[in-house]
Ligand binder design. Structure first.
Ligand code: CA
Ligand code: CA
Length: 221
């Protein structure tokens, strides 16, 4: 009130000067407050926020940062996979040149593949798998001249053992089905010791034909 009384006692010219001074002062103070608040506001703005999810083998992990960071996604260690199989018609199950593939569950494109796996006389073999993350996969094996066999949707675990069962013979042209094309090849080998010797006894004869015939029109899985 005292300020108002003093203001009223001023001349008209002084009143105008004081009023202009007050207006300018208010504008400057408002500007200063806006700048200060603006500066503080900029400090709490989160830019480049990144969220990264990965699986380190013990479950899914999520990391969120206020700025972009480089995250090293764990890759599994090398995994040794043991497998067993039997060769149809044989007592010695040793074989070479085995194709071993690992595929995404239900997929058709292998994520890991070797073509030179082998087994001992008992049909046991081993493959060193590298570069795959943990998880479930399909596993497909194929012995030359025999139909493929697949084990589906199994977790990839070190020192696991896959039992592929009996490899069915007679796919002499390696197109993964036994049919007349294979029969024609066997007729060409008949009486000799060619690749149509399914049971491995050194002769192509009725025993081999019997094995081929038992798998007629069967496809590998
Ligand atoms: Ca065939
Ligand atoms: Ca034979």
């Amino acid at each position: 009130m005292k300020l108002l009384s003093a203001f009223n006692r001023l001349s008209k010219r002084k009143k105008i000067q004081v009023s202009l001074f007050v207006i300018v002062a208010v504008i400057l103070i408002a500007f200063a407050v806006w700048r200060v608040v603006g500066l503080f506001a900029e400090e709490v703005i989160i830019t480049n926020q990144a969220t990264i999810t990965y699986d380190d083998g013990s479950g899914s992990q999520t990391v969120t940062s206020n700025s972009v960071q480089t995250q090293v996604v764990p890759v599994s260690e090398d995994v040794t996979v043991n497998f067993n199989l039997n060769i149809q018609g044989r007592s010695d199950h040793s074989v070479t040149g085995i194709s071993f593939k690992i595929l995404p569950v239900g997929g058709t494109t292998p994520v890991f593949e070797v073509s030179n796996a082998s087994t001992d006389a008992t049909g046991s073999g081993q493959v060193l798998v590298t570069g795959l993350s943990s998880g479930n996969y399909d596993y497909r094996i194929r012995v030359p001249k025999f139909l493929s066999s697949t084990i589906s949707n199994q977790p990839l675990v070190d020192l696991m053992t896959l039992d592929f069962g009996t490899m069915l013979g007679g796919d002499l042209n390696d197109d993964n089905i036994v049919n007349s094309l294979d029969f024609s090849i066997m007729m060409g080998d008949w009486g000799g010791s060619g690749p149509s010797d399914i049971n491995g006894d050194g002769k192509v004869n009725t025993i081999d034909f019997s094995l081929l015939n038992s798998n007629w029109f069967i496809s590998g899985d």
